[in-house]
Design a protein around this ligand. Structure first.
Ligand code: GLA
Length: 398
């Protein structure tokens, strides 16, 4: 990932002396469990061997200076007077610093350089950089934070300061994923389990096929859909005479209640709830399929999830839907769905290992022939499962 360049860039700016630390944070794939985390449902995840790398040297003052390979300028944040985000690439640092500063005394900052892979492609690069900043700030201020606390803190930073009503999916997968298993997270009680298939699992790759259309969730219908899910939950609970808290979610609703009452919901709310209950069932079935090593069955559930995202959750732009169909029909693909929210970004596919190169090439060829205007930005990345986020001395990362 060109770590030497990061270190060189940092040394050039701050001088040669002193030890440099490093945070490496993977991106995440969510093969099943689309748009259910904000309803406190169940999700599955894998971490990718692509991600964010941050090299940093602690400062004795409460200031962070940060450069990014890929974005211009040096961001400077006074941790004692964080203020409001500025609408540039430094906002994610501001958001994390603001959230952490409310709870902890951030008396030390750092000088850092970061680099992100596959940015803007819908594989949670924003959550990854926020986790990286949180880990670095915790490290330099000697704050003990377990992974659940980091995930919740970063989620709150995104909800409150970036303005996206996202759930716990991205941060949790990034922090808990293990290379040899599928991570299952129940967002209601935040219990995490690793689903291991062992030798039964065929060798596979994760192909991320980018539509060429980057997106920021704060500029999409993401929050509106979250609101519709909550409204569906509130309506169903009210009709059943069930007391609910101020912010009911669909996981408060029994599936039988949706079966009985769902058809009386307004059409948009019925579809959102149908997606939720269908997706939770697919997560349960998917976990069993993974345990058996049956990637054929698991992949079919992913594709069904993708179809439900289009029909019931009504996300996906026309090029992204066309990309989904192209990926779905390529030989060697176990299954595919949108990566992340699906308002732009990428499709994610589980693919037979030996077919991955051909699949990636075919997808790119067919898609760019259909959407030549997007060809300049469209691309595919072939990824493998990876382990979770980690902080180390720079020399410890190869
Ligand atoms: C984005 C959000 C997540 C989740 C997914 C959809 O990635 O950040 O919280 O809602 O979309 O599953």
């Amino acid at each position: 990932m060109g770590f030497e360049i990061l270190e060189k860039q940092l040394r050039q700016r701050i001088g040669a002396g002193g030890e440099i630390s490093a945070v490496r944070v993977p991106l995440r794939a969510c093969p099943l469990g689309a748009h259910v985390d904000h309803q406190l449902g169940e999700v599955t995840g894998l971490a990718l061997n692509h991600g964010v790398d941050l090299r940093f040297k602690p400062r004795d003052t409460p200031t962070v200076t940060l450069e990014s390979v890929g974005f211009s300028g040096v961001i400077e944040v006074d941790l004692r007077r964080v203020g409001e985000p500025h609408g540039d690439w430094g906002d994610y640092l501001w958001a994390v610093a603001a959230e952490m500063g409310e709870i902890f005394d951030l008396h030390r900052g750092f000088d850092g350089v970061m680099k992100g892979d596959l940015a803007g492609m819908g594989v949670s690069s924003s959550a990854a950089i926020m986790v990286a900043y949180c880990l670095a700030l915790a490290e330099v201020n000697q704050i003990e934070l377990n992974r659940s606390k980091i995930a919740r803190l970063v989620q709150r930073a995104e909800n409150r300061h970036i303005g996206v009503a996202s759930g716990l999916l991205d941060q949790s997968v990034i922090l808990f994923a293990e290379a040899g298993s599928l991570t299952h997270i129940d967002c209601r009680d935040f219990s995490v389990s690793q689903i291991v298939a062992g030798e039964a699992l065929p060798d596979f790759r994760i192909v991320v096929a980018f539509s060429g259309m980057a997106r920021q969730l704060s500029n999409t219908d993401y929050n509106h859909r979250v609101g519709e899910c909550r409204e569906a939950a509130a309506t169903l609970l009210r009709r059943a005479g069930v007391e609910s808290g101020p912010k009911p979610v669909l996981s408060d609703v029994a599936p039988e209640l949706f079966e009985q009452e769902g058809r009386r919901l307004p059409e948009n709310l019925r579809r959102r709830a149908a997606h939720y209950f269908g997706e939770i069932a697919r997560v349960h079935d998917g976990v069993e399929a993974w345990r058996r090593g049956d990637l054929g069955a698991f992949g079919a559930l992913m594709t069904a999830s993708g179809e439900s995202s289009i029909i019931n959750y009504q996300c996906g732009t026309p090029p992204l839907v066309a990309l989904f169909e192209t990926v779905r029909d390529a030989p060697g693909v176990f299954g595919t769905r949108f990566s992340g929210a699906g308002f732009g970004g990428s499709c994610l596919a589980l693919v037979e290992a030996e077919a991955a190169d051909d699949v990636a090439e075919k997808i790119f060829r067919d898609y760019t022939a259909a959407f030549p205007d997007l060809a300049a930005h469209a691309r595919s990345a072939i990824c493998r499962p990876a382990g979770p986020a980690a902080v180390k001395n720079a020399g410890e990362f190869s």
